[in-house]
Design a protein around this ligand. Structure first.
Ligand SMILES: [Zn+2]
Length: 69
């Protein structure tokens, strides 16, 4: 990520967030993650964030709804 080449995508301004909680969540919550969902668009390596009843890719904004309860 820390490359010199900067690609401007004109997205939301980045704030200095503390270490992304996403990753912590996955580590701590790894056991309860059923299969560890990866983003079908970004491919393996990019996790989908779990929301209430859906999963969401923070990278490409892919969202998938989980209809079963
Ligand atoms: Zn994605």
């Amino acid at each position: 990520m820390a490359k010199k080449k900067i690609v401007k995508k004109g997205k939301k301004p980045h704030k200095n967030k503390p270490t992304s909680k996403k990753y912590l969540m996955y580590k701590e919550d790894g056991g309860s993650l059923k299969k560890g969902r990866f983003c079908p668009r970004c491919g393996p390596g990019v996790f989908l964030m779990k929301a209430k009843e859906r999963v969401y890719c923070g990278k490409c904004h892919y969202a998938e709804f989980d209809s079963k309860k």
